[in-house]
Design a protein around this ligand. Structure first.
Ligand code: DQA
Length: 143
């Protein structure tokens, strides 16, 4: 069971980025917490849409059994990322730290949600822990 944890633009700044909205955990804290649940985690973060797309392409053939993905603001408009997610055959859990539906209107819609297995939003950093549990369960069911 190998889990890809992929985070998009600006999530590298967790810890100091708007802690009232995103909490105080750093991305390293989150990567460790996910690893504690799933064991084998491959953590990837990029500020670039194309780099995320390339990493998802690689996940189609590198033994990845589940993906946990927080696309950041790409969530709301990236059809490129959506198409890459749609190509995956393994369970994908979309995570948002904040409750996107209670924020600005442009955050209410995710172009990614229609092609993922599950979405977790509004639980803060602990949402990644829940996503890791879900990834384990969903990957187990798919075997
Ligand atoms: C986010 C929500 C997005 O709207 C925002 O652009 C982010 C983080 C979240 O985790 O709550 O970068 O995906």
């Amino acid at each position: 069971m190998r889990t890809l944890l992929a985070n998009g633009p600006n999530l590298s700044q967790l810890g100091t980025r708007d802690p009232g909205v995103y909490g105080t955990a750093t991305l390293a804290d989150i990567e460790r917490a996910v690893g504690d649940v799933v064991g084998d985690v491959d953590a990837f973060q990029s500020e670039y849409e194309g780099a995320l797309v390339e990493r998802l392409h690689a996940a189609r053939s590198d033994g990845t059994s589940a993906v946990i993905l927080n696309p950041g603001a790409l969530t709301h408009y990236s059809y490129v990322l959506r198409d890459a997610v749609e190509m995956l055959d393994v369970p994908v859990v979309e995570v948002h730290l904040s409750q996107v539906h209670a924020r600005e209107p442009f955050r209410h819609h995710s172009v990614i949600s229609a092609v993922v297995t599950a979405t977790i939003s509004g639980v803060g950093p602990y949402g990644y822990h829940l996503a890791a549990l879900a990834a384990l369960q969903l990957a187990g069911e798919q075997q």
